[in-house]
Design a protein around this ligand. Structure first.
Ligand code: CMC
Length: 378
């Protein structure tokens, strides 16, 4: 490839050599460290999967118990961080609150002792433990309530749902939420992971790495699409309106949110699992009419877009699951971030192991030898 060949969006250009996850977009296959995501969703937990991603292999019983114990006892956040969050505007987006809070952790814990495995482990534990607490705290504080203290007797996902709703979740709801976190934990070289690796390559601290990735995840073409899907379902309102809505969207070349992927040219395997989880939730806790609308969108979109390789992605059904769990729509992307912290940290560690600072090139398309025009003549 010529150095000057420009690929918008860096499509098809490898930005790293990685052994963390693998996607086959033609087969609809996703593996974390070689293990199929369907297998993990059935048999693992989010913390065990995080360990697998970050340290490269499944933990032994003792390793897992030690890791879970450390994460459990680092869930609290310092009162100064809570006080800082109290000053955030209630109308601010929770992703912006999360980005600022993640960066603020660096003020308290940054030593940049990157050659020390104990520092790496501490940072991993702190970020995995504290990010959910910060997401839940902002949600309560923006409503004028005090944040809820984490409960040491609850598992990772049950504790998050407890902090959010101030009541212990149903075990099925907690398990389904944990599976959602596993499904969002990692996904090869996407925009936010690239952002994390670029930031990591400067040898800054891991809190800055996560903060920059959170900022990147927030956009509607990336993690923000799950919020937009709910907006679309609300706008459509009924199954009968689906076809005219989709046709009108396609006519004006608007994207259908929750559809399409740079890599997958078949249905995203995570969307299939999430659809199944949504059905389990509806069976236990009652149906959601938006699900019928979603299924109809998938049917009509398949008719119109499957020849282009456009199918539902991870964001299409995740919002319906979160809605049924009583989670506000603008927390969907912060929840994606809670999960993806695992993947970002795995990439941070991998980047450090063979670091070279990212410094790509560009194709200059501007002027040369231009005259400076005095302001009064412009
Ligand atoms: N609805 C309708 N048409 C679409 C869609 C869609 N959702 N996605 C792609 N297309 C069409 C697009 O119009 C273009 O058609 P044409 O060749 O006729 O101009 C073609 O497919 C290629 O689209 P692209 O935008 O060049 O593809 P990309 O690889 O740059 O973008 C994407 C991938 C995910 C940004 C895009 O599919 C999209 O914007 N989807 C909607 C937003 C969304 O659901 N994002 C979540 C992505 S998955 C989770 C994550 O990454 O966080």
């Amino acid at each position: 490839m010529s150095v000057c060949e420009f690929k918008p969006g860096l499509e098809g250009i490898p930005a790293a050599q990685s052994s963390i996850s693998f996607v086959d977009g033609q087969q609809g296959l996703l593996e974390y460290r070689g293990i199929r995501v369907e297998d993990l969703a059935q048999k693992s937990t989010f913390l065990e999967t995080s360990y697998l991603l970050i340290w490269g292999e499944l933990p032994t019983r003792e390793q897992l118990a030690a890791f879970e114990h450390e994460v459990r006892y680092h869930r609290r956040i310092k009162y100064r961080i809570r006080d800082m969050m109290k000053c955030f505007p209630e109308s601010g987006h929770p992703m912006d609150a999360l980005q600022a809070s993640a960066a603020a952790l660096g003020l308290f814990y940054s030593r940049r002792d990157l050659d020390n495995p104990a520092y790496i482990r501490d940072a991993v534990v702190r970020l995995l433990a504290k990010i959910p607490t910060m997401v839940a705290a902002f949600d309560l504080m923006r409503k004028g309530n005090d944040p809820v203290r984490p409960r040491d007797d609850l598992d990772y996902s049950a504790n998050f749902l407890y902090m959010l709703n101030e009541r212990e979740p149903d075990p099925l709801a907690a398990r389904i939420f944990d599976v959602c976190l596993m499904l969002h934990a990692e996904h090869t070289m996407n925009a936010s992971t690239f952002s994390a690796r670029v930031t990591a390559s400067t040898l800054t601290d891991p809190y800055a790495v996560v903060a920059s990735a959170v900022g990147t995840l927030g956009g509607p073409l990336h993690g923000g699409a799950n919020e937009e899907v709910i907006g679309m379902l609300e706008e459509i309102g009924s199954v009968e309106n689906v076809r005219p809505y989709i046709e009108e969207c396609l006519q004006r070349k608007a994207k259908i949110m929750g559809f399409g992927h740079r890599v997958y040219k078949v249905k995203d395997p995570r969307a299939t699992i999430l659809q199944n989880l949504a059905e389990q939730l509806f069976e236990k806790f009652g149906h959601d009419k938006y699900y019928d609308i979603a299924v109809e969108i998938e049917r009509v979109a398949e008719e119109k877009l499957s020849q282009k390789g456009i199918f539902p992605n991870v964001d299409f059904y995740s919002g319906l699951v979160y809605r049924k769990l009583g989670i506000p729509t603008d927390l969907f992307t912060p929840i994606f971030a809670i999960a993806r912290v695992a993947g970002w940290l795995a990439h941070w560690k991998e980047q450090l192991a063979e670091n070279r600072i990212f410094r790509p090139t560009q194709v200059y398309s501007g002027l040369h030898e231009a005259d400076y025009i005095p302001i009064e003549q412009r």
